[in-house]
Design a binder for this molecule. Structure first.
Ligand code: ZN
Length: 408
């Protein structure tokens, strides 16, 4: 009896390596791209989607006015955490302008992520800003794929050629459950969403806010000369101009890379990484066009995208002020914490001073607002503060993506 059990166990063990435990995972973008060569609507073989759903998606694709690529896939471990990159990775493989839509199903909950890539040089509205302005998007049902995918295609057409966004058919909208709707989500839904997003990225990011908390108050450090502290903080319009300039340069560098006939694997990786940064830069610029932190984040990400697309090495920003020259020198900031700094900030720290740093207006009592160094703000409120604009952890695009999923 025992022997038989042992044999059964051994047989089971011998069988284990043959199980497709993590097969297929890294090649998902490749498989979708291959399927798109014959049909721009790719449905994963593990899914059974009713023809009526597929017909609706195809009809929307035909009338979009731009090339549309749609993939319907089940949520796999590969898609946890890297979901927002997928359209970018797919565009890198196809290399054609158009809207890239990926709809992912988890049990019977569909979620959709998309990016719009225009022909080089053509400018228009950002897909993210059309999405943000579409008040109906949060009320669209999530128990089947077509409503969200069709809406996303319509949003892309609006962003692309300025056509008006049609109303969502009533059958695609969730019935109003309790009348306390705010843009389609009840307060408890929003809480659930936020918790779910937090759960996905929490493990990875949790330590950084603590690190920032340690950085916020540096014991025993002298502050800068009195006069410079009272200088007004930088104007949003100035940061916006600089961010927009960098975004244009990054777009040009990427267009140059895209126009190469043949690309090495290293260049494909550079393109993926540059698009990821540029997309996050555009998204945060579109979402918060008057916020100094968001605009400075867009500037940093676009500058990195431009370098990476040009084949140069990635550089972290200066921790103290992301608008400074990149942080090419490591300096000791507080106990056990090194931060990248530009030459002038490194010199200041070397002399025992706290660099003036990027200052933003923060609430000060009942009287109004006063300029403070950005790193004294609550990291919970901004992915830029939490990551030191990517100086403390090079994950600003993911943090921005997670924040936007939370808002959606
Ligand atoms: Zn600096």
């Amino acid at each position: 009896m025992r022997l038989r059990l042992l044999i059964a166990l051994l047989a089971a063990l011998a069988f284990l390596p043959a199980l497709p435990a993590r097969a297929e995972t890294p090649e998902l973008p490749d498989r979708i791209a291959a399927a798109w060569r014959t049909d721009h609507l790719s449905v994963d073989g593990r899914l059974a989607i009713p023809e009526t759903e597929l017909d609706r998606i195809r009809a929307a694709m035909r009338t979009a006015g731009i090339p549309v690529y749609v993939a319907l896939v089940p949520r796999t471990p590969y898609l946890r955490g890297s979901r927002s990159d997928l359209p970018t990775l797919l565009h890198a493989r196809i290399g054609e302008p158009g809207v890239y839509v990926v709809a992912i199903v988890d049990a019977d909950y569909w979620s959709t992520t998309a990016e719009l890539y225009r022909p080089a040089g053509l400018r228009g509205r950002d897909l993210t800003s059309v999405r943000s302005a579409d008040k109906q998007r949060l009320a669209i049902v999530s128990d089947r794929p077509a409503p969200q995918v069709v809406r996303t295609i319509q949003q892309a057409s609006t962003a692309y050629d300025g056509r008006a966004l049609p109303p969502v058919p009533a059958a695609d909208l969730e019935p109003d459950r309790d009348g306390s709707r705010d843009g389609g989500l009840s307060v408890s839904d929003k809480k659930d969403r936020a918790t779910a997003v937090g759960g996905v990225i929490g493990g990875l990011l949790a330590f950084v806010p603590m690190l920032v908390a340690a950085l916020r108050y540096r014991p025993g450090s002298k502050s800068t000369k009195r006069g410079s502290v009272d200088k007004p903080p930088i104007e949003p319009s100035r940061v916006r101009r600089q961010a927009d300039g960098k975004i244009r340069q990054a777009e040009q560098a990427l267009a140059r890379l895209d126009s190469r006939r043949t690309k090495s694997n290293a260049q494909l990786d550079q393109r993926d990484d540059a698009y990821r940064r540029l997309d996050a830069a555009r998204a945060v610029r579109a979402d918060q066009p008057d916020d100094v932190l968001a605009l400075a984040g867009a500037f940093v990400l676009a500058r990195q995208a431009e370098r990476v697309a040009s084949g140069a090495a990635l550089q972290p920003p200066c921790f103290f002020d992301p608008m400074h020259q990149p942080g090419t020198i490591k300096v000791d900031w507080s106990d056990d914490v090194e931060v990248p700094a530009c030459k002038s900030c490194a010199t200041a720290v070397g002399r025992g001073r706290t660099p003036r740093g990027l200052r933003v207006l923060a609430k000060a009592g009942l009287l109004g607002r006063k300029p403070v160094p950005y790193w004294t703000l609550d990291p919970e409120d901004s992915p830029m503060v939490a990551s030191g604009f990517g100086a403390l952890s090079d994950d600003l695009p993911e943090r921005i993506g997670a924040r936007q999923d939370e808002v959606r």
